[in-house]
Design a protein around this ligand. Structure first.
Ligand SMILES: NC(=O)c1ccc[n+]([C@@H]2O[C@H](COP(=O)([O-])OP(=O)(O)OC[C@H]3O[C@@H](n4cnc5c(N)ncnc54)[C@H](OP(=O)(O)O)[C@@H]3O)[C@@H](O)[C@H]2O)c1
Length: 374
């Protein structure tokens, strides 16, 4: 391992990422150090870059952002049993969370540390670019579906072949990165799925196992989902996309469902993140966000729906994370139950390409994940 490596660094709040040298970390207990081969970008990366001084106030700069890593293990910490030096792996970097150290644990650098229990072997035949699309998407989906505070679903034992009606999961936003993973995980766990997507992505979402796919841009989306559910028991809904929470509350109310996992803010922060100054532009944006959140929560309560916000890295500290990364994901990838999606678009090579990747993700993607190779 080198003593130093290149990293894409957020040198100060709202700065563009710059390439700087960073000390290469040694692995602590339960960690692996990875030579990063590919990283993917997520909306949260440009949200932190543009608004972190108010939304991620715990994160000091200089910081290294990024959650999605694929590469090769170059060192293992004490107690690590699942990996050896030379293994190809992918994993969830949680460096921007409260109490973590982004400079050791952020994805956007040539070497980073991953927690063994949030890392999985990359299957033969899957490239680093393909594997890098998964970590935050699949983790957020798993939090929404399996954590007891959200839908609390159980995974059906594959040996159990009895025909059994397990119920329907509503995934609003099935063509998002999180949504594609949520559909695949819910189907793998033995549930039916109904979902939404733009018409151009409907076939793709259907191919993942959703038996009903309606256009989330259509005024009749709620009616069509309710009709498609067709009286089946609804075990809960996962809301992805700016308008998803209101739609999900309506669907749950009309079908007797009572649990809602909300992953998206009801007001986009994209425009604010790119403004030259946060203040005073942030005042009306956060006022609208606060008010909408209050109203949606009140509407959910009135409809008898338990609604909670999902935090995609919270599985770091629970059994859902250990089970997903330690057993389910390796099994489901190996047998083809889960495909690494969305398909990647490679924005460029080297840590210097990561800012361009962020800009492309913020400009908007449709059923694609923006990736940089390192
Ligand atoms: N809470 C957390 O921990 C957490 C973690 C990860 C992501 N998220 C949030 O989850 C959401 C999805 O993230 P992502 O990375 O999966 O996003 P993404 O892949 O960047 O999402 C792009 C997709 O959004 C879809 N979309 C656009 N408008 C929509 C709407 N009104 N309703 C439903 N889908 C819509 C588009 O589908 P079409 O092209 O088919 O229209 C497009 O394919 C974002 O809001 C993100 O901030 C939250």
């Amino acid at each position: 391992m080198p003593r130093h490596h290149d990293a894409a660094v957020l040198a100060s709040p709202r700065a563009r990422l710059s390439v700087e040298r960073m000390p290469t970390p040694d692995p602590a207990a339960g960690e692996v150090v990875v030579r990063v081969g590919a990283v993917a970008v997520n909306p949260i990366d440009w949200v932190i870059q543009g608004t972190g001084s108010v939304t991620y106030r715990w994160l000091p700069t200089p910081a290294v952002l990024g959650s999605d890593v694929a590469g090769e293990v170059v060192a293992i910490g004490s107690g690590v049993t699942r990996f050896r030096v030379g293994d190809r792996v992918f994993g969830l970097a949680t460096g921007t969370d409260r109490g973590r150290d982004s400079r050791r644990e952020g994805a956007f650098q040539e070497y980073t540390t991953l927690l063994e229990h949030l890392t999985a072997p990359t299957p033969a035949g899957v490239t680093d670019v393909q594997a890098a699309v998964l970590p935050l998407g699949v983790s957020t989906a798993a939090c929404a579906l399996f954590q007891p505070r959200h839908l609390g679903l159980t995974v059906r034992d594959p040996a159990d072949t009895r025909p059994r009606e397990r119920g329907v999961v509503v995934v609003w936003g099935g063509s998002t990165s999180v949504g594609m993973n949520a559909i695949q995980l819910a189907r793998a766990a033995g549930y039916d799925v109904v979902s939404t997507a733009s018409p151009r992505n409907a076939d793709l979402v259907r191919s993942l196992g959703a038996d009903v796919v309606v256009d989330h841009g259509s005024a009749g989306a709620v009616d069509e989902l309710v009709a498609g559910i067709d009286g089946r028991p609804v075990v809960g809904a996962v809301a992805l996309g700016e308008t998803s929470t209101a739609g999900c509350i309506e669907v749950l109310h009309r079908t007797g469902g009572s649990v809602l996992a909300m992953a998206s803010t009801p007001v986009s922060l994209a425009a604010l993140a790119s403004r030259r100054r946060l203040f005073p532009a942030m005042v009306p944006v956060f006022a609208r966000l606060g008010l909408k959140t209050l109203l949606l929560n009140a509407r959910a309560r009135r409809a008898g729906i338990r609604a909670a916000f999902v935090w995609g890295t919270s599985l770091r500290d629970d059994e859902v994370g250990r089970r997903l990364w330690g057993r389910l994901l390796p099994e489901w990838l190996a047998d083809g139950t889960v495909r690494p999606l969305p398909e990647a678009i490679v924005a460029g090579d080297g840590v210097g390409a990561i800012q361009e990747a962020l800009d492309r993700q913020r400009a908007g993607v449709s059923a694609r994940k923006i990736v940089a190779t390192l």
